[in-house]
Write a protein that binds this ligand. Structure first.
Ligand code: PHE
Ligand code: ZN
Length: 876
């Protein structure tokens, strides 16, 4: 907790460590009151650094029991312990440092370091949690070989796990047992893990191309043992994919995944022993939705992929976080695209990026993919570092093409295996294999903000020329008033009036290509002239979303409808529909009865009745832009107006297209068993989307369809879709079904999360008071991050009308929760306070009220560094 203003840490201050730790021997004695940690460190001077002779180890909340150097107990004058670490004054060039400390995992509510989740012990060390376990050089450029011995009660903790391979188990007379694990790969302390509990596991095996047999194990609490199959199947797919697409295979004899209920994030890639939020492991058709199944597949893959991009090659310092996260997200995105529907995956990723990352870039929290300063590193696990970071890697792949990109990653793995490196090192590999200069490209890592491309076109029929003029501009962000021009891979195509691709030949080029052309925009203003163009084309811009930018081009409504129908690129087709819908929606925020172009409804009808195309893609095309995304497009967010406009357009579409929507609903019914494949998911999405339009009609027959779908109980996707529509309505069935759902699932925490979210998102006047009451519900707990996110987080960030209530009650509620949470779990509190970082986007009254909450939080004594950083930067 804060005493002084937190210090800011700068990338420019990076220095290599003065000491290295080659070996770490840890012994844990896990107890019900306290845990003892004995550590033996082999330390030596770093030959590559200037050494002062003073060793400073990180350590927090450790109670010293004993300390010795080369076997000699240290005298009180030879070392100092403070809140943040241990200092040893006269260090020999190399030595063995032994320590014995007491820690209190049972009291650890921050879920960082060693803590208890239910009856099991587990750890979370990224980014700086290892220092709450023992004294160490807790920085990613210090890589050590770890041996870990765990001693614990045999009955309570029959399963004892750590990184690497198990050596031996010893039973002792006192009812205890102990196991030693050895990890042969040097790793930074943030990848350390330990688990102890009464767990069951499912087991499978995988043989790598080089013939290594790997045992795959997923550990869960006994009641969940039948919910692990999808995670295991996903793991096997991920292993095969990484072998095929990146030539990477696994390197230990055993790969373990453990599911825990209390976890701050999604999952963690600890070497050989991933620890997961149970949300990303457990699934059955009855309890998990299609989204959950997809989430599991991608997070399992993400953590597996980290074994090479993160673990074998790690980050030099935390400013390089995107080196592992951006690259690994790009890898998991491509994996999911290969497993399911590629076009839909791209749309989902772009939707997320635009909704959250573009918003972050436009907020006081905007920061580069490689930040240059931070107060609390936990605050930088952001959509910018992850998702924009992935786009930055994707652009490099776009610029190089797949063969050269693969050569680049091959070189990266070969050159840097076993090292802690930087994003520059990664880009350097891409530069070397391609012979290209990436210095301008690297601005994507150092400059924050979303570039905007203003595009105009000019057709000169006499010369058969078509010119695209592209101007780029990037708005100022905190600390970066002026931006240099970016290098932007800009994929375009030109369509003739029949919707065919026109041959593309730039002035000065010898021949034409057909299909997509990857233009490279590098100047502030640039022209691209295509020759041999004999009619005015419709341009398809930023195909596949080839760069994380905003594009402005003055399409007519007719051109957008044409693209919706004819454009071959799925992303552009979807984007045309979004742009058109957005136009209409925003117009009707200002003028509620502004006309809805008949052509728009017709384009919708055409899409609805098109039985040819991919259902999942269709569902995306027919989904209107979200309220929050619409808000981002306005000068000042009109929460109520946006909500009204969106509801009324849905109602209009439902009224006009009722028959089509009904037959879509019925035609996509399937009596087959549940399968989470792309085709079945597409059908369910489309069907439930149709229902969400139809419910706008206030027609008792539609309500009955929802109730029937709920009662049929075929799978959680359909049950939840139906229930959430009914729960919005002011009808007696709403309470009945919610109660029935609760009775059926009250013992399943992950399903209870859905039950909380559903009620937090309900569009009703009394939602906030219901949320407040639900906080007292026995199934709720402020100590469990999933619960906080599914109730408080869902209301504050997913229910705009409720949260932004004109009387400020939503803001007061959030302010109270942030302060209440901060004492327990600063990381979770800090995620919550972030919701108010965008206060400038609202009207004066709301601004005042949000600011008042941020100021109240800042004035509170003892707030965490995490919350301080977000609240203070939000007000700057
Ligand atoms: N490194 C984890 C991932 O991206 C995320 C994480 C960060 C988990 C910090 C816990 C703590 O896979
Ligand atoms: Zn990751």
């Amino acid at each position: 907790m804060l005493r002084d203003t937190p210090t800011t840490i700068y990338l420019k201050d990076y220095r290599p460590p003065e000491y290295l730790i080659d070996r770490v021997d840890l012994t844990f004695e896990l107890g019900e009151e306290e845990t003892r940690v004995r550590s033996v460190l082999q330390i030596r001077e770093n030959p590559a650094a200037e050494v002062s002779g003073v060793l400073r180890l990180h350590g927090e909340q450790l109670e010293l029991i004993a300390l010795s150097l080369d076997g000699r107990p240290l005298q009180a004058t030879e070392y100092q312990v403070d809140d943040e670490g241990l200092t040893i004054q006269q260090m020999p060039a190399q030595c063995i440092l032994e320590s014995d400390v007491r820690i209190l995992p049972q009291k650890n509510t921050a879920l960082e370091g060693l803590y208890k989740s239910g009856t099991m012990f587990c750890t979370q060390c990224e980014a700086e949690g290892f220092r709450k376990i023992t004294w160490f050089l807790d920085r990613p450029d210090v890589m050590s070989r770890f041996t870990t011995t765990i001693r614990a009660d045999r009955i309570r903790y029959p399963v004892l796990l750590s990184n690497g391979n198990p050596l031996n188990e010893i039973q002792t007379d006192d009812g205890m047992h102990q196991i030693t694990w050895e990890d042969p790969f040097p790793k930074p302390a943030y990848l350390f893990a330990l688990v102890a509990g009464d767990l069951r596991s499912i087991e499978a095996s995988h043989t790598t191309p080089s013939g290594r047999d790997v045992a795959l194990k997923i550990y869960v609490e006994p009641e969940n043992i039948d919910k692990c199959d999808h995670a295991m199947a996903s793991l096997k797919h991920a292993m095969a994919w990484d072998e095929r697409c990146y030539g990477r295979e696994y390197d230990l004899d055993i790969y373990m995944v453990v599911a825990v209920n209390d976890f701050n994030m999604g999952a963690m890639e600890n070497k050989g022993l991933n620890i997961f939020n149970s949300k990303y492991v457990l699934a059955s058709p009855e309890t998990a939705t299609d989204r959950d199944f997809q989430g599991i597949e991608s997070v399992i893959a993400h953590e597996y992929f980290h074994n090479w991009t993160g673990n074998r090659i790690t980050c030099r310092d935390w400013f390089q976080l995107s080196l592992k996260e951006g690259l690994t997200v790009f890898r998991d995105q491509e994996f999911s695209a290969d497993m399911g529907s590629r076009g839909v995956k791209r749309i989902e990723d772009v939707r997320l990026l635009r909704a959250h990352q573009f918003a972050e870039d436009a907020s006081p929290m905007a920061h580069p993919v490689r930040p240059d300063s931070y107060m609390e590193i936990n605050n930088f696990y952001t959509v910018t570092v992850y998702e924009k970071g992935a786009e930055v890697v994707r652009m490099q792949a776009n610029l190089l093409g797949s063969d050269l990109y693969r050569k680049g990653t091959d070189l990266y793995f070969e050159r840097f295996d076993g090292q802690a490196v930087t994003t520059d090192d990664f880009v350097q590999c891409m530069a070397e294999v391609s012979g290209r200069d990436f210095s301008q490209f690297k601005r994507w890592y150092s400059q924050a903000g979303t570039p905007e491309l203003k595009i105009s076109s000019d057709f000169q029929p006499e010369q058969q020329r078509y010119t695209l003029t592209v101007a780029q501009h990037c708005p100022a962000t905190p600390g970066q008033p002026d931006k240099a021009a970016f290098l932007i891979p800009f994929a375009v195509g030109l369509l003739d009036k029949n919707g065919n691709e026109m041959p593309l030949q730039l002035q000065g080029e010898a021949e034409a290509i057909t299909g997509t052309r990857m233009l490279e925009v590098s100047e502030r203003r640039q022209q691209f002239t295509f020759i041999g163009i004999n009619e005015r084309p419709v341009p398809a811009l930023l195909r596949g979303f080839s760069a994380p930018v905003k594009v402005q081009y003055d399409y007519s409504d007719e051109e957008l409808m044409f693209l919706m129908a004819a454009e071959p690129d799925g992303f552009c087709r979807w984007d045309a529909a979004q742009t058109l819908a957005q136009r209409i929606l925003l117009k009707r925020v200002a003028t509620p009865d502004a006309e809805i172009p008949a052509g728009f409804v017709e384009a919708f009808r055409k899409a609805l009745t098109d039985r040819e195309s991919d259902q999942a893609l269709l569902a995306e095309v027919l989904t209107l832009p979200s309220e929050s995304y619409l808000g981002d497009q306005m000068k000042e967010v009109d929460v109520e107006g946006i909500h009204r406009s969106r509801e009324s357009l849905k109602r209009h579409l439902a009224l006009t297209l009722k028959d089509e929507l009904l037959s879509l609903y019925h035609d996509n019914y399937s009596a087959d068993g549940y399968a989470p494949d792309a085709v079945s998911i597409g059908r369910r999405s489309l069907r439930n989307l149709a229902l969400s339009y139809l419910i706008q009609l206030d027609d008792p027959a539609v309500l009955q369809l929802c109730i029937d779908q709920f009662r049929a109980g075929q799978n959680m996707t359909d049950v939840l879709a139906a229930l959430s529509l009914v729960a919005d309505k002011d009808v007696p069935e709403a309470e009945q079904l919610l109660e029935q759902f609760y009775q059926q699932w009250k013992n399943d925490p992950l399903v209870m999360d859905k039950w909380f979210t559903l009620q937090a998102l309900a569009n009703r006047p009394d939602t906030l008071s219901r949320v407040e009451n639900l906080m007292k519900h026995p199934a709720f707990s402020l100590a469990n991050p999933n619960k906080v996110r599914s109730l408080i987080g869902a209301f504050c960030s997913g229910n705009a009308v409720g949260f932004h209530a004109a009387d400020g009650s939503g803001y007061q509620f959030l302010g109270d929760r942030v302060l209440e949470l901060d004492g327990m779990n600063p990381q979770v509190a800090s995620r919550m306070v972030r919701i108010m970082a965008r206060w400038q986007r609202y009207d004066k009254q709301r601004q005042q009220m949000m600011k008042a909450q941020l100021e109240r939080i800042l004035k509170t004594e003892g707030i965490s560094r995490d919350v301080f950083e977000i609240a203070s930067k939000s007000l700057e």
